[in-house]
Write a protein that binds this ligand. Structure first.
Ligand code: FAD
Ligand code: NAD
Length: 465
């Protein structure tokens, strides 16, 4: 068996692992990264990037369909548009290819050795990798587990045939005629809306009483309205049962207890993701767990000395930018820097139509801190830029302490609002007060002015409502 030794071994080259390895390499740490599939992980190959490519294509198609219908007041007319999903998916695959090659190049540039294969712990310092050319043993002083997550499977709706996960949904060759989506969370609604825009008849079956239960109800109302405009049927409080044998029918129990048969040529199951904690020898390490996740401290150290864990395998929120921030921090700790997790907020963006953004605490969470709070909310219907983009649905909301005006949370919903997550995140991270946001000049005309106006509203003198 071939053997190599290194200071740092990273298992998994998703956003957590590859960022950790690049930063460690930049800092002169002798680093090896093992990846069984492609560099970039879930995010670049079957997650964030391919889904956003498909969502963008669907948005563009929806726009031209709307123009062709003559319903838009812009004075533009054109013939009936069509979409060739095979070509769309090929374009998406080229983007994925560019990014995965880019990550491999960045790892190389940082001096990181890349090993392709499945890694399994032999003990706390040794890992065996099943490579194409045989077994490879890697000994390391420090090991980072960045194995990510996998889609949850429902026992009576196992993946296969017409029952698909997001991975297959992102590689379809044609738009399904009738798409049933089980789970109205992030993936179900992002992709459900995209397929509805591409012409599928979409139905969403969600177990809880409302869609996107992670966000407060007011934030999700504009999304529910858009779903209805797009002709998406949403069944909340509903439990998916099984597919009827030999028929394209999904059986589910509606909120009133009635059994419903839903015609569907594809059933997209998006009921969450589980951390990948099997198959890589977790049993050799006897790590402490936090529920289904690997337990970590504020430096991402596990219960075993010299072993760190980052990204989806360590808990919620299972988001790429959290994994990357943890990866960068751990690389610096391994290189001898003094670091610990001190982030004030992790932005969350749902790329539905309209998009939803949150950073920090919601109004309810803020109240639970015991502090008296002030809330300022500004509607996009009073924002000039939003009017010119036909994007008046939605608002920005700022939540602050009443005593010292420290901003505790910022939320928003609106078309294209994902780009405001940077401003929201910076405000929270830098400990902004309402006066800091209200006192910064926001360029006109932009949706960002809604952010300033929401802060002004909380201070009691919004200018444009
Ligand atoms: P992963 O990206 O899952 O990477 C783990 C890697 O480890 C994989 O490549 C895997 O092959 C490898 N691996 C695992 N075990 C081994 C082993 N034993 N040996 C070798 N290699 C191994 N997040 C966002 O922030 N924004 C979004 O818009 C977004 N959209 C998403 C859309 C979809 C459809 C999905 C599924 C997810 C989306 N996410 C999004 C979530 C995001 O993809 C994850 O949070 C992120 O990829 C987690 O990064 P990670 O490094 O922890 O793990
Ligand atoms: P999710 O947790 O966002 O949503 C799952 C939904 O399924 C929930 O609303 C839940 O109530 C519902 N559900 C659970 N069991 C059900 C059942 N048996 N029948 C019907 N509904 C059921 O999970 P997801 O959409 O699979 O996404 C997984 C994770 O990936 C997310 O939590 C997020 O961390 C990440 N992600 C992020 C983004 C983004 O940042 N824009 C996009 C996609 C995915």
């Amino acid at each position: 068996m071939k053997e190599i030794s290194c200071k740092l071994l990273v298992i998994g080259a998703g956003p957590g692992g590859y960022v950790c390895a690049i930063r460690a390499g930049q800092l002169g740490v002798d680093t090896v990264i093992v990846e069984a599939k492609k560099p970039g992980g879930t995010c670049l190959t079957i997650g964030c990037i391919p889904s956003k490519a498909l969502i963008h294509a669907a948005d563009e198609f929806d726009k031209v369909v709307h123009m062709a219908s003559g319903k838009l007041p812009l004075g533009i007319s054109l013939g009936e548009p069509t979409i060739d999903l095979k070509k769309t998916v090929a374009w998406k695959d080229r983007i994925v290819g560019r990014l995965t090659n880019g990550v491999a190049g960045l790892l190389k540039k940082a001096g990181v050795k890349q090993v392709h294969g499945w890694a399994k712990f032999r003990d706390g310092k040794t890992v065996e990798v099943e490579t194409e050319t045989g077994q490879q043993m890697i000994r390391a002083e420090t090991i980072v587990i960045a194995t990510g997550s996998v889609a949850v499977e429902l026992p009576l709706l196992r993946f296969g045939g017409p029952v698909i996960s997001s991975t297959e949904a992102l590689a379809l060759k044609e738009v399904p005629k009738q798409l049933a989506v089980v789970g109205g969370g992030y993936i179900g609604l992002e992709l459900g809306i995209a397929f509805a825009k591409m012409g599928a008849k979409v139905s969403v079956v969600e177990a809880l009483p409302r869609i996107l239960p992670l966000y407060d109800a007011e934030l999700t109302k504009p999304v529910a309205k858009r779903l209805s405009e797009l002709g998406v049927d949403v069944f909340t409080g509903a439990k998916a049962q099984r597919l009827e044998p030999k028929a394209d029918v999904l059986l589910f129990t509606a909120a009133d207890g009635k059994k419903v048969r839903l015609q569907a040529d594809k059933v997209l199951v998006t009921v969450g993701r589980n951390p990948l904690t099997e198959g890589w020898g977790i049993e050799e390490l006897a790590l402490d767990m936090a529920g289904k996740f690997v337990r970590i401290d504020d430096q991402c150290q596990t219960s075993m000395r010299g072993i760190y864990a980052i990204g989806d395998v360590t808990g919620e929120p299972m988001l790429a930018h959290r994994a990357m921030a943890q990866g960068e921090m751990v690389a610096e700790i391994v290189a001898g820097h003094k670091r610990s997790w001190d982030k004030r907020g992790i932005p969350a963006v749902c790329f539905t139509d309209p998009e939803v953004v949150t950073v920090g605490l919601s109004p309810d969470e803020s109240r639970k801190t015991g502090a008296e709070i002030k809330i300022g909310q500004f509607p996009f219907s009073a924002n000039g830029r939003a009017m010119t983009m036909l994007a008046e649905d939605g608002f920005v909301r700022v939540v602050a302490r009443a005593d010292n005006h420290l901003v505790l949370g910022i939320q928003g919903v609106g078309r294209g609002i994902s780009e405001l997550s940077t401003a929201f995140g910076m405000a929270i991270e830098m400990g902004a007060r309402l006066e800091d946001i209200a006192g910064s000049i926001h360029a006109h005309p932009t949706q960002g002015e809604g952010f300033q106006e929401a802060a002004l509203k909380a201070l009691g003198y919004a200018l444009h409502v």
